[in-house]
Write a protein that binds this ligand. Structure first.
Ligand code: TYM
Length: 331
């Protein structure tokens, strides 16, 4: 049977958090044997908020090095920068002509970002899900591994695929989201009602994948919990503790019930320290590997070049097909 196609991406818009790691990158690694995987740096998406050019470039290399350090293997998967394959922007244009502003205006992320960047509500911010749909649809993607915050954007991608297929003829695969059962939404350490985000103003709210052990311990020690002193999973009444249990389970490999037993009768101090140690134990070797990769820019560039060529071959076939179906003269 033909392998199914997987596509996913992270924006190089800040240092990825442990939320990005468990919600996406970690799961990409495991899919590489079973699927044809395509993993991108969503660099064009970052332009929807103001960026410092030199920082954007450096963060893009850092994110690529992180992908590789986490175990994304460019011999198995296509790894490339979105901006290197111009068909992403071209398909966005075509999809824009079948997208209604109303369906973009009601996106939760658009509303949130418009609030947070009130001085820069630009067309790109509104159009962001259409670029994301183009990313996915260009490759005949079957499965998109993402955290829960991207589910709404996946629905737009599905709607656009169906709309185009109905208007012309079957062209795009209608993609399915793959959302992890545990870790689809890691919450802020300072406000467990909010998603952990790499762009949070409060650095104590998130753990970056590059944080060292001291920072990790300090941030977990300060994490907001409750006054009960009971390590029990209860997402309704004990959001902070439940979030920490989720993180502990994902990083230690222990189940949540086993973790609850482990800390029976113990205070939050011991528990928080154990969570911090489990996270540090996973992140330290990844960072070491990442720094090694970053020291060899030539290698990183060769990975991007190969990925660009592989992705462009596929993207070109799709955009030709699309242009032909909509009635543009073939060159
Ligand atoms: P981005 O860069 O915001 O996030 C990258 C991935 O991390 C997941 N994620 C989380 N998972 C669990 N807990 C959290 N607190 C958390 N925060 C973020 C996100 O769901 C995502 O999977 N638009 C996308 C990037 C993108 C993309 C695509 C993804 C561009 N084109 C095509 C899939 C397919 C984004 O901004 O992700």
């Amino acid at each position: 049977m033909e392998k199914k196609t997987v596509f996913s991406a992270v924006q190089p818009s800040g240092v990825p958090t442990i939320g990005n790691y468990v919600g996406s990158i970690k799961n990409w690694v495991a899919m590489q044997d079973e699927y044809n995987c395509i993993y991108s740096l969503a660099d064009l998406h970052t332009l929807t908020v103001k960026q410092v050019p030199a920082e954007l470039r450096q963060r893009s290399y850092e994110l690529l090095a992180l992908y590789l350090a986490c175990g994304i293997d460019p011999e198995k998967s296509i790894v490339f920068a979105q901006s290197h394959v111009h068909q992403h922007a071209e398909l966005t244009w075509v999809l824009n002509t079948i997208t209604y502003p109303g369906e973009l205006q009601r996106m939760t992320q658009f509303k949130d970002k418009s609030r947070n960047h009130a001085d820069n509500i630009n067309m790109g911010l509104l159009d962001y899900p259409v670029l994301m749909a183009a990313d996915i649809l260009l490759y005949g993607t079957d499965v998109v591994p993402v955290g829960i915050d991207q589910k709404q954007h996946l629905e737009i991608a599905r709607d656009l695929a169906v709309r185009f297929n109905n208007r012309y003829s079957p062209t795009f695969v209608v993609p399915e989201p793959l959302i992890p059962k545990v870790g689809a939404k890691i919450m802020s350490l300072q406000d467990p009602d909010k998603k952990m985000s790499k762009s949070d103003e409060n650095v104590n709210a998130f753990i970056s994948v590059t944080d060292g052990t001291d920072d990790i311990v300090r941030k977990f020690k300060r994490a907001v919990t409750d006054s009960e002193a009971e390590v029990r999973f209860d997402e309704e009444n004990k959001k902070g503790v439940s979030n920490l249990l989720t993180i502990y389970s994902l990083f230690s490999g222990k189940s949540i019930p086993d973790a609850e037993k482990e800390f029976e009768g113990k205070g939050y101090g011991d528990f928080k320290l154990a969570v911090a140690e489990s996270v540090a134990a996973v992140l330290a070797p990844i960072n070491q590997e990442k720094n090694k990769m970053l020291a060899d820019k030539g290698y990183l560039q060769s990975v991007l070049k190969k990925g660009m060529e592989q992705a462009e071959y596929l993207a070109n076939k799709m955009i030709r097909k699309v242009y032909k179906k909509i009635g543009l003269i073939e060159p």
